[in-house]
Design a protein around this ligand. Structure first.
Ligand SMILES: [Zn+2]
Length: 388
């Protein structure tokens, strides 16, 4: 309780006296691998052409049988990054309704398991006002539950995201740091005039220096603790964006595909800052969303050899040790020898597995994307592309 009181005093001091957190200068008062200012500059001062385009998918809430099946389809065994390892994602797991056998299976396939509370309770004001003890239960107990029930070592569970993206201010960051977490992914960054902010994550050595979109944000400094903010996706020319892909609510497969494609294209042809797609898996119950995402994976994996789907942990490992594309095949944190991965066998005997199973549709897709508006692509999707 006294820690909470001290933090309150710090917050009052911060407001009342105009105390500054200090300015972060990369390679000055902040050095990798333990400190990174984040923002628009790439780590290692690499040129965009030297940076692998990293795409991080994160899914929140319970892992159930239905949800697991969706993950299995999207991250199926034949789908490999350019280094030959399976594409991976991060799932922030809350306790209720979660089947921990399935969590264990996801972990063994190389996906990252992160923490998303025991109760996930409503209302959101609970999280805004949570006490130290309440939040400790939600964060630390859920990590223990995952470890014990899914057999994931505690040292491998290093990330936290608050339910509803509702921060709990300094209590949250104090708890995460005290308990050895590597990163938080709760704070948010809005679009800039309708465009994704395209920022790199930062350590909290100099605190949170951007606008606080959802109060209360932390005021303190947390050296070495990473904040991987949820960044708004951009949506066409509307000037609007969405933090969760769910709230963009595309009405058709074309619109959903465009959501993925526009954001990818703008990152890939721009600074190659990391691209985050944040969503609830329930969003994939809409068939057109599932098909669009599936098709996005297939398109990227087929055409791009400098794009990687990795976990948050793998992403942070790259920032700590920014490795240019020319050396990326030797980058140890992205290797998968420990998974004992074996390429999927051709079970049905027709030469189809993973990406190659729909290779016949790609010439058509390429033609369609480069020639016609997206409106017409559905005809070609349905006719030529075996999406499941
Ligand atoms: Zn949630």
């Amino acid at each position: 309780m006294w820690i909470y009181f001290i933090l309150l005093i710090v917050q009052l001091f911060h407001f009342g006296c105009g105390v500054k957190l200090g300015t972060c200068y990369q390679d000055g008062n902040c050095r990798l691998p333990s400190c990174f200012c984040g923002g628009k500059s790439a780590p290692g001062n690499l040129e965009p052409s030297e940076i692998p385009q990293m795409i991080m998918f994160s899914f929140d809430d319970a892992v159930t049988g239905e949800i697991y099946e969706m993950y299995e389809k999207l991250f199926s065994r034949g789908r490999l990054n350019p280094n030959g390892c399976p594409i991976t994602m991060t799932t922030f797991v809350s306790h209720n309704f979660t089947d921990y056998k399935l969590v264990r299976s996801l972990f063994r396939k190389g996906h990252e398991i992160a923490v998303h509370s025991v109760t996930h309770r409503t209302p959101t004001t609970f999280w805004k006002q949570a006490s130290y003890n309440q939040l400790q239960y939600e964060i630390v107990e859920q990590r223990s539950i995952i470890a014990e029930n899914a057999g994931v070592p505690v040292r491998n569970i290093t990330g936290w995201r608050s339910p509803f993206l509702q921060p709990s201010g300094d209590i949250q960051f104090t708890l995460l740091q005290e308990n050895g977490f590597e990163y938080d992914s709760t704070l948010t960054i809005a679009t800039e005039k309708g465009f994704s902010a395209k920022r790199w994550p930062n350590t909290m050595d100099f605190g949170w220096q951007l606008d606080c979109n959802v109060l209360p944000c932390p005021f303190g400094k947390y050296p070495g603790m990473w904040e991987v903010p949820v960044q708004m996706l951009e949506v066409g020319d509307s000037g609007n964006g969405c933090l969760y892909a769910d709230s963009c609510r595309p009405a058709t497969m074309e619109e959903a595909f465009q959501l993925f494609w526009v954001n990818f294209h703008n990152h890939y042809t721009g600074s190659r800052s990391p691209l985050f797609f944040t969503m609830h898996p329930s969003w994939l119950r809409e068939e057109h969303n599932m098909k669009a995402l599936n098709y996005f994976f297939l398109t990227i994996l087929h055409y791009y050899h400098d794009v990687y789907f990795v976990t948050y942990q793998q992403h942070l490992a790259w920032i700590k040790n920014p490795t240019p594309l020319s050396d990326i095949l030797r980058f140890a944190p992205w290797k998968c020898d420990h998974l004992r991965y074996e390429p999927e066998t051709d079970k049905d005997g027709n030469g189809h597995n993973g990406v190659s199973s729909i290779s016949n549709c790609f010439p058509y897709l390429f033609l369609v994307l480069s020639t016609f508006p997206l409106f017409y692509t559905k005809i070609f999707f349905d006719k030529y592309c075996l999406l499941y």
